[in-house]
Ligand binder design. Structure first.
Ligand SMILES: [Zn+2]
Length: 646
């Protein structure tokens, strides 16, 4: 008994956090975490902008995608290994296991929003199907079996075995934090333990994440189990010590963003999703250890990202070749690769950086991606997905599709939308943090233990009004941190109807420290004026052009709304206003931006390629911008975010 008590005293606090109370990231015992996410179930989105995205995710996208995964053999790939249909060949590319795991993760988080015994039973059944294919050693992958078994861990750069395990782990953790059921989690632990037995620094066999992802999953497994061996395995993968043993080429190291010490990286390069998952895993490692070399590298990479490699939509990845980052300021519009997964990976990277600092600039980057370059990834129907999210298209481009053989993006979008509430609020020892503004209720507690409810009502993203009612169970002094977005240049804040003495400034958290009592209200008026955005003139594709943003929403011209001229033949006239108008019947109800622009006397596709005098747009034309995230929702059309200014 005495020994047991001693043992408990030695365990970090995370071990004592019940599964129900764990957030998307379990950071309560994480040394560098200033902010701690609240559980997904603690936040209920109320009818509004993001709730409608979550509803379509849960009601339509998640169920229909499982049908498609079944039709394309993703689940049968597991069943055949359990002898149920072993005479059928394996189907799909070698990474399809991860698609099912990510689907389970999304479905698991959705149960926090909307309990569904049928869906829970489906996940239980799928878990049994998956685990029946797991070998007694713990190894599990449906590609490297039979005649390909000899190739296990021989194709480190392209094999995706560890990528699939990472997603299995995250699915297992999500389901455990939702239901308390450990089966899938324990299956992933068996595989991780198999790795720990046979792989690691010499004389063990070398290991490499050819597609980083396992690093962040291992960090979360450490937080879930409090077994430091999993964090150490992540550290080994990030340490990049196996370059020689694995004979990695320079171009591999650039492409996979792994294989050399993470702390020697100075810029983002190579495959965008790989690089951003590596940075996310490294940020997790820094959160747990505080290693200053990691923090320096993370800061360097973050600045590299936002100063020259992130699109105005929050999308990332400039080149189709290698699905890769480009050079700084290489941000092409129609050719933009901007995979949905890359925008999500950037979102997750910023989530960790926010947790470690409380710096609003990270939340701002999350918001830019969430409302634009992630939001565009799923149609309003919840059945069409973007793999790429370019910033310009022609009517010939087929960007939204119901299925991709490389089906990474659809379930990645699902797990993001299903768990949205888990990103909204955080706690710290100082109080409560409000990171994003949409209609929602919070039912949780302060870190002092005092139960706290909060209700947030807003017209965001279309309107600037936000009203928060706090209901702590008793009066208590704490700080309410309100994020003031970078786009809200003039924000007003009232506490119980009186102007707050603290003055809000854009891209910071406004800290309101009070003795808060039940029923206290805070009203914000965010400045949602339409804004013209200019790109750094080094972005060649955007030179002489501007984009429009209103609140968090980035806009685009789409041909559907612009019968007067091609969207590629119009210019903004800075002398005439941009008028915001709510269109309740358009695209589910959106605010459009109307403008008296200019066009050319004859269409540009009928004019010569080169002339001695600069063509001028001088003919007035009415143009209408719609939110970028809705592009092609009404079918393929010419579209552009960046528009010349005359
Ligand atoms: Zn993807």
């Amino acid at each position: 008994m005495r020994a047991a008590v001693l043992l408990l005293a030695l365990l970090p606090a995370a071990a004592q956090t019940p599964w129900r109370d764990q957030g998307l990231l379990e950071l309560k015992a994480t040394p560098q975490a200033r902010l701690h996410p609240v559980p997904v179930r603690a936040v209920t989105l109320q009818p509004g902008f993001l709730k409608s995205r979550q509803d379509v995710t849960i009601g339509k996208s998640i169920p229909t995608l499982l049908t498609l995964l079944e039709e394309h053999g993703t689940v049968d790939n597991f069943r055949r290994l359990a002898g149920n249909s072993s005479n059928t060949p394996r189907r799909g590319p070698l990474y399809t296991d991860s698609d099912l795991y990510k689907w389970i993760e999304g479905a698991a988080w959705s149960l926090n929003v909307q309990p569904d015994p049928k869906l829970e039973a489906t996940i239980d059944k799928l878990t049994d199907v998956i685990l029946a294919a797991q070998e007694t050693s713990g190894y599990l992958n449906t590609w490297f079996v039979e005649d390909k078994a000899k190739l296990r861990f021989q194709q480190m750069v392209t094999g995706h075995e560890l990528y699939c395990l990472g997603h299995m782990m995250q699915a297992g953790i999500a389901y455990y934090r939702t239901t308390g059921k450990r089966k899938l989690l324990d299956g992933s632990i068996r595989f991780a333990d198999y790795l720990l037995r046979d792989f690691g620094p010499a004389p063990k066999q070398p290991l490499l994440t050819g597609h980083p992802e396992l690093e962040l999953a291992l960090a979360e497994l450490y937080r879930t189990t409090v077994d430091r061996r999993y964090l150490n395995l992540a550290a080994y993968l990030l340490s990049g010590v196996e370059r020689e043993r694995l004979k990695l080429r320079d171009r591999d190291i650039a492409y996979i963003f792994s294989g050399i010490p993470f702390t020697t990286r100075t810029q983002f390069e190579g495959h965008a999703v790989r690089a951003l998952y590596a940075a996310t895993g490294a940020a997790d490692y820094w959160l747990e250890t505080g290693d200053p070399a990691y923090r320096r590298t993370l800061d360097l990479l973050w600045n590299d990202l936002v100063s020259g490699k992130m699109f105005v939509t929050g999308g990332v990845g400039s080149r189709a070749s290698g699905e890769a980052f480009g050079e700084p300021w290489e941000l092409p519009n129609r050719q933009a690769y901007t995979e949905s997964c890359a925008a999500i990976a950037g979102f997750l990277f910023n989530q960790r950086m926010l947790a470690g600092s409380g710096d609003a600039k990270y939340a701002d980057a999350m918001e830019r991606a969430l409302y634009n370059g992630i939001n565009s990834g799923m149609s309003s129907s919840g059945t069409l997905y973007c793999y790429r999210n370019p910033l310009a298209t022609t009517e010939k481009d087929r960007i939204r599709n119901p299925w991709y053989d490389t089906c990474c993006c659809p379930p990645n979008l699902q797990r993001t939308f299903a768990a949205l509430g888990g990103y909204f609020y955080s706690t710290s020892k100082e109080g409560l943090w409000v990171n994003f503004y949409d209609n929602s209720t919070l039912d949780w507690r302060l870190e002092s233990g005092t139960p706290l409810k909060a209700t947030l009502t807003t017209g965001q993203p279309w309107k600037g009004d936000v009203r928060i009612t706090l209901s702590p169970s008793k009066q208590e002094e704490f700080t309410l941190f309100l994020r003031i977005p970078s786009w809200s240049l003039g924000t007003q804040v009232l506490v119980n109807g009186a102007p707050a003495p603290e003055s809000p400034s854009p891209n910071t958290y406004l800290a309101l420290r009070r003795a808060w009592k039940p029923g206290d209200t805070v009203s914000l008026t965010l400045d949602v004026a339409s804004r013209i955005i200019h790109a750094n003139p080094r972005v060649a594709e955007d030179y002489g052009k501007v984009a429009l943003q209103r609140g968090p929403i980035v806009y685009a011209l789409e041909q559907h709304d612009n019968p007067g001229a091609s969207v590629f033949d119009v210019a903004i006239d800075p002398r005439t206003p941009i008028v915001a108008e709510f269109a309740p019947d358009l695209l589910g109800g959106v605010t459009v931006l109307k403008h008296q622009g200019l066009t050319y006397s004859s269409p540009l596709d009928q004019q010569p390629l080169y002339t001695f005098s600069q063509p001028k747009a001088s003919k007035p034309v009415s143009i209408t911008f719609v939110p970028y995230y809705t592009f092609h929702d009404r079918g393929p059309a010419s579209m552009t975010v960046w528009v010349p200014v005359q």
